[in-house]
Write a protein that binds this ligand. Structure first.
Ligand code: SF4
Length: 244
């Protein structure tokens, strides 16, 4: 077992290295793509919160065997490192092992990772996912922390000198996302913005992408537009040039 792996395809836009600590995730976001990636039944995925078998022991072995050091490692891609309402000691032990070997972590959660802020420093990244505000989130992500609580934890991380980032993906409510970028820019170091894939949506992605990019530029914010959103923006631009 190799807990640290190199994500491929769309997943690579999250980071060059990743580790998935748990077997499932209780947050039950309707758009969750992890069961498809893992070839698991949705219900089974959302009801199994066990850490992967021997994850910490296997991680320590891999770190030593492959002498992995100086890497930025994303937690997590196919689960949430802080499943709300569950014991997250495994996440803490994973972070400890990675950092003991001179690596850094890039956390992404819809839970509350503040219990591990004491392990993080100015070379680590704490991030939260924001798709919408509470009016949609209570149905779309029913068992995750509220978006407001996630942002409070993010601000607390920033106050502790930890790098902060937000994954605005998948965007469910463009207005709420743009407002969040505008209002929270002072405690966010970097944003990644991506569209809703694999589900129907009537959002004008090209328009949203252009507005988001213009806003980030006006705020002098470090940003990354995910490939599938960038493609929508480019296609519309190409179509307008052809029409002209
Ligand atoms: S937090 Fe992530 S892994 Fe968990 S249900 Fe939502 S999308 Fe899936």
């Amino acid at each position: 077992m190799k807990p640290i792996y190199e994500p491929k395809g769309k997943a690579k836009e999250y980071g060059d290295y990743a580790i998935n600590t748990y077997m499932g995730c209780p947050h039950q976001c309707y758009y969750c793509f992890a069961p498809n990636v893992l070839h698991r039944e949705r219900e089974a995925f959302h009801n199994c919160m066990e850490p992967r078998k021997d994850i910490v022991r296997e991680l320590r072995r891999q770190l030593k065997r492959e002498n992995i050091t100086g890497k930025l490692i994303h937690l997590c891609f196919t689960c949430d490192p802080y499943p709300t309402g569950y014991d997250t000691t495994a996440t803490r032990e994973v972070i400890q092992a990675l950092k003991e070997h001179g690596n850094h972590v890039q956390i992404l959660t819809k839970g509350d990772g503040s219990r591990d802020f004491d392990l993080l420093d100015a070379e680590d990244w704490y991030g939260v996912s924001i798709s919408c505000d509470l009016s949609i989130a209570h149905k779309a992500e029913p068992f995750a922390e509220t978006p407001a609580n996630r942002l409070l934890e993010l601000e607390a991380a920033k106050c502790r000198g930890i790098n902060t980032w937000v994954s605005f993906e998948p965007v469910l409510d463009p207005v709420a996302v743009l407002e969040c970028i505008r209002n929270c820019a002072y405690f966010i170091d970097k944003v990644k913005i991506g569209k809703l894939n694999y589900w129907p949506s009537d959002i004008d992605w090209a328009k949203f992408g252009r507005e988001a990019e213009a806003l980030c530029k006006s705020l002098d914010m470090d940003y990354y537009i995910k490939d599938s959103l960038r493609k929508e923006m480019e296609e519309q631009k190409g179509g307008e040039a052809d029409a002209g």
